[in-house]
Design a protein around this ligand. Structure first.
Ligand code: BTN
Length: 247
């Protein structure tokens, strides 16, 4: 394995590394794989309309800009899958019980340690550029929302740069697998780490709680669930809530 030579942009403070990456892409100021890392974000973006909060100089906040070749829009969830796998592998070097929660939250002991926000631009039906925004809790111990970090789990401080380099190495390994279109290998690894895969769990949809069997995740990211009556349902991001604490 070797370290992919990403162009690096280090910022002390920025509104959001994802926004910064999108601005650079719109201005045609980035044309090679680049990583934008910030010590602090004043308007970090989470999934949906959520904000991503992180204390200054405590955690990893970055956006990786990549230019995949020949990945169709309908295959775009594979970028989420490889990111989640790379995060899971990086975190598992130090912590136990690391799982991916669909679509791509990373959990340690069922609590969130990392979130991912991916924003793609398309050219016709293929992905042109991909901004992979990652927030990984490293040394923060007080949170306003339920969350954990490397420090809260171990009592020890971790070096953010060491963790980032480990992630970049692992991500690059999986990115090459994606470019070779070995989707089966990615699926197998993703499912091995997917919380609740091929198990019955509780979900909430339109205010109704129901139990369903997790069948898998489609290439476009739809979660495939089987209800008690055997009917198959597919849900997009945020259409269904995984009730992870209801067993
Ligand atoms: C989530 O809601 O789980 C996704 C959170 C993604 C946060 C990261 S922090 C670095 C990058 N820049 C942003 O504004 N968001 C992502």
């Amino acid at each position: 394995m070797f370290l992919q030579n990403y162009k690096r942009i280090n910022l002390e403070k920025v509104v959001s590394t994802n926004l910064h990456a999108s601005d650079l892409l719109s201005g045609k100021l980035i044309s090679e794989p680049t990583i934008i890392v910030a010590d602090f974000q004043t308007g970090g973006k989470g999934q949906g309309n959520n904000v991503w909060e992180s204390g200054p100089v405590l955690n990893l906040l970055f956006s990786l800009v990549v230019f995949p070749l020949k990945i169709k829009a309908k295959e775009q969830f594979y970028l989420s899958k490889i990111t989640a796998i790379a995060l899971k592998e990086t975190i598992s070097e130090h912590l136990q019980a690391v799982k991916i929660k669909w679509p791509n939250d990373i959990l340690v002991n069922k609590q969130k340690i990392s979130g991912v926000l991916i924003e793609n631009t398309l050219k016709a039906d293929v992905i042109n550029s991909c901004v992979i925004g990652v927030g990984l809790n490293v040394n923060q111990t007080d949170f306003t929302v339920p969350a954990v970090s490397f420090k809260s789990e171990t009592g020890k401080e971790f070096d953010r740069k060491v963790l980032l380099d480990a992630f970049l190495n692992t991500f690059h390994y999986w990115f090459e697998i994606l470019q070779s279109r070995d989707f089966a290998q990615i699926d197998s690894e993703y499912y091995k780490s997917l919380y609740g895969f091929q198990e019955w769990h509780w979900f909430s949809w339109g205010g109704v709680d129901f139990e369903a069997f997790i069948e898998g995740v489609e290439p476009d990211g739809y979660l495939v669930l089987k209800a008690k009556d055997g009917k198959i349902f597919k849900f997009g991001f945020r259409e269904v809530e995984f009730l992870i604490n209801k067993e």
